[in-house]
Structures are given as structure tokens and as C-alpha cells.
Design a protein around this ligand. Structure first.
Ligand SMILES: C[S@@+](CC[C@H](N)C(=O)[O-])C[C@H]1O[C@@H](n2cnc3c(N)ncnc32)[C@H](O)[C@@H]1O
Length: 258
């Protein structure tokens, strides 16, 4: 039987599994002398911990890449202790990852970037909006390294190109990039950003925030404006248009005209 604990944050579920297996191993080592004389090689206990953690992780429905983490965590910790690895290095790596991917932990939105083909499609939309409605104000929700904001600031018909970003390293990078290339970047949360000033809003996030974001879009974006989401459609809402692009990753843009 395969059970799913979908509501649990993956990291909590993974750590609970490891802790549970550790308790089982402690009990096992306590009972084992009745059957096999000690000592028990630490590497064997570590491998039992890793393999059992992987099996339980599969059983509780953790994704495959988490099962790899479940195996590598105890094994890595063991070898870290054996070679007396300085834990400050691990702390340093964790700090950099957090500064880069903060929103992966909080919002389940990692950092990946819009490509040139998609930017050309956005440019096409700007042209259309400019022709039909006048000057365009563009917003990138979660602007990453700021590439879209800078690109849009340089397009004819764009009066304002703005991005909001909360992950520290992408924010700092995009801020400097926009000083050089154009546009405005704010260290601001998507959920605290007022969408009513924008005629073209772009999001490249993940499936997770889309239902809540759509409520915000409907409430705040002005009539005639356009919301575009890259790859992740709003569930149960028919887009006004779907653009299938011819790039390597076969990007799909979902357009919602308000
Ligand atoms: C997939 S990346 C897209 C980056 C950029 N828009 C692009 O298309 O190249 C999503 C970005 O949204 C940011 N993000 C996620 N949740 C956010 C939030 N609540 N407020 C601000 N930024 C957020 C992430 O840090 C990440 O940089």
C-alpha cells in the first residue's frame, strides 16, 4: 500500500522519516546483543538507516529526488564525521543556497529564467497592447535576475518596466542590472504588490501559487490589461489565448485578458 502525506512540507516529512528510522535503529542496536554479539560496524548501521529511509520515503510518497536525498543524507553525514569535515563549509553552502533560492522553501518557486524566444513573444504582446491601448506598463512578478525588466524597459511603447523580487541574491543582481540597463526593481513580495498600475503582468512561477495569484489578478488588474503566465496555467480558468513557442523547451504562454 502506498500512502501520501501531501499536505506535509517535504522537508518535514523527510526529516520525520529519518528520525523514525534512527529510533528504529537505536532500538535494534539495543535488542541485537540478544541475537548477534556486538560490535556492529557503524557503516553497516548507516547503510541500514539510508536504505530503510529510502524505502519508507517511497512508501509515504516523497518524490524520487527526495529519495536520493534520503539516502545521501546519513551516508554524507557519516563520511563527513569520518573525514572531520568542517561544518562551517556546509553552513556556508546552505547560506548561499538560501540567499539564492529563498522562495523555493517559502513559496515552492525556484529560480529559472525566461529565455530570448519568450522575450520576443512578450515584445509582440507589447506591440499589440501599444497599438490598441496606448502606453504599456509592464510588471514581472518574481523578476529573478531582472532580464525581462531590463529588456522591456528598452521596448518602444513601454512607459514603465518594473520587477519585484524577494530572494536576496537575485534581488541584488537585478537591482544593479536595472541601474545599468533600465527599469525599476523593488525588494517586494508578490502578494504585497499592487497590480492596478500595470497593463501587462508576467509571471513565471510554479503551479503552487497560481490559484491565489489569479484571485489577486482578477481583483486588481485594470480592464483591458493582460496577465501572462509562463508554463503554469491558472487551474480551471480558460485562457484567452495560448501561445506555443518554438524554443527548445517548447514554452507555453497562457494569456488572460482582463
Ligand atoms: C522562475 S523564477 C522567474 C524569474 C524571472 N521572472 C524570469 O522569468 O526570468 C521565479 C522568481 O520568483 C521569485 N519569487 C517567488 N515567490 C516570490 C514572492 N512571493 N515575492 C517575490 N518574488 C518571488 C523567486 O525568487 C524567483 O526569482
Amino acid at each position: 500500500m502506498k500512502i501520501t502525506l501531501e499536505k506535509w512540507p517535504k522537508i518535514i516529512l523527510a526529516l520525520t522519516v529519518q528520525a523514525g528510522v534512527l529510533v528504529m535503529i537505536v532500538c535494534g542496536v539495543w535488542l541485537a546483543p540478544y541475537f548477534f554479539p556486538p560490535p556492529y560496524a557503524p557503516i553497516v548501521l548507516v547503510l541500514i538507516q539510508a536504505v530503510v529511509a529510502v524505502l519508507i520515503s517511497y512508501w509515504v510518497g516523497l518524490p524520487r529526488w527526495w529519495q536520493w536525498i534520503q539516502f545521501l543524507l546519513p551516508v554524507g553525514l557519516y563520511f563527513g564525521v569520518v573525514i572531520e569535515f568542517n561544518p562551517l563549509w556546509a553552513l556556508g553552502v546552505f547560506a548561499v543556497l538560501w540567499l539564492l533560492f529563498r522562495n523555493t522553501f517559502k513559496e515552492r518557486v525556484p529560480l529559472y529564467l525566461t529565455n530570448q524566444t519568450t522575450r520576443q513573444a512578450l515584445k509582440k504582446m507589447v506591440k499589440e497592447l501599444h497599438r490598441t491601448q496606448g502606453e504599456v506598463s509592464f510588471l514581472d512578478l518574481g523578476c529573478g535576475l531582472g532580464g525581462n525588466v531590463v529588456f522591456m524597459s528598452q521596448q518602444r511603447g513601454v512607459i514603465k518596466s518594473t520587477g519585484v523580487e524577494t530572494a536576496p541574491i537575485p534581488y541584488a543582481f537585478s537591482k544593479v542590472y536595472s541601474w545599468i540597463g533600465g527599469g525599476i526593481i523593488y525588494a517586494q513580495d508578490i502578494w504585497k504588490t499592487d497590480l492596478s498600475h500595470y497593463t501587462l503582468v508576467y509571471a513565471f512561477l510554479s503551479p503552487e501559487p497560481m490559484p491565489k495569484l489569479w484571485q489577486k489578478v482578477k481583483k486588481e488588474m485594470p480592464k483591458g490589461s493582460v496577465f501572462i503566465t509562463n508554463s503554469f496555467a491558472v487551474p480551471n480558468v480558460d485562457p484567452s489565448d495560448i501561445w506555443q513557442l518554438s524554443d527548445v523547451r517548447e514554452t507555453i504562454l497562457y494569456l488572460y485578458r482582463l
